[in-house]
Write a protein that binds this ligand. Structure first.
Ligand code: AP5
Length: 222
């Protein structure tokens, strides 16, 4: 019989490559990608009530209040596709309170992946990042330039990707990370994210296959 679907959390500093790796993970493992950053940006561009509240925090490089984000995530996790295909949670939990909310709801991943990238690389990755609003694909002006002039012309820069705001986002990340990691210490896997995206993906891919196998074996044993 088919085993329970895999549940994965991916984390790391701003621009550590979470979104880039998630594209590859989804393609190979078919998990439902739940990115709080993407969900919030969609609310902002649709001009919803949540979007109007979230916008000022995001544009300032600050965290959106926990209750807004937690409600959004629990709603998304409860949808049928996430239950059937498994999920890949990206950008959540981002504070001790958010981690506690998940624990209370008994939402726990099988594996927790942390991408490690040095600070100076992060700033360069953020400032050079561009997004394609049509496909949602992530580019970088030097590392991953667009494949055509047509795509290049429509690329946009995130309002929170200035050097100053990246530094503030990084500071907030560092203040919160320890409290979150302690919740997932038993399933934590730290990965060197300062390598080519294919090398990083190869390592993640191995870890996810191992996690899948371990899960299937546990289920067989009952
Ligand atoms: P969010 O969208 O989650 O932003 P983030 O955590 O700052 O992460 P990024 O999206 O900046 O980076 P990434 O790690 O996905 O890197 P990427 O793959 O794009 O959150 C945005 C905001 O929303 C927050 O600041 C907050 O306001 C709010 N928010 C979200 N979640 C929240 C929560 N839980 N609670 C409260 N508020 C919340 O890569 C970056 C660049 O590097 C790209 O240009 C890419 O092409 C390039 N790159 C990627 N990998 C490589 C590689 N291996 N080599 C070279 N270049 C690479």
């Amino acid at each position: 019989s088919a085993s329970e679907p895999l549940k994965v959390m991916i984390s790391g500093a701003p621009a550590s490559g979470k979104g880039t790796q998630c594209e590859l993970i989804v393609k190979k493992f078919g998990l439902v990608h739940i990115s709080t950053g993407d969900l919030l940006r969609a609310e902002v561009s649709a001009g919803t009530e949540i979007g109007l509240k979230a916008k000022e925090f995001m544009n300032a490089g600050k965290l959106v209040p926990d209750e807004i984000v937690t409600a959004m995530v629990s709603k998304r996790l409860s949808q049928q596709d996430a239950k059937e295909q498994g999920w890949l949670l990206d950008g959540y939990p981002r504070s001790a309170a958010q981690a506690q909310s998940l624990e209370k709801m008994k939402v726990r991943p099988d594996i927790y992946i942390l991408l490690n990238v040095p600070d100076e690389v992060l700033v360069d990755r953020c400032v050079g990042r561009r997004l394609d609003p049509v496909t949602g694909k992530i580019y970088h002006i030097k590392n991953f330039p667009p494949e055509s002039e047509e795509v290049r012309k429509r690329l946009v820069t995130r309002p929170d990707d200035t050097e100053e705001k990246v530094k503030s986002r990084l500071e907030i990340y560092k203040k919160n990370v320890e409290a979150i990691l302690s919740t997932y210490a038993d399933i934590l896997n730290q990965i060197d994210g300062n390598r080519s995206k294919d090398e990083v993906f190869e390592e993640i891919s191995l870890l996810l296959m191992q996690a899948q196998e371990a899960k299937a074996n546990r289920e067989k044993l009952g």
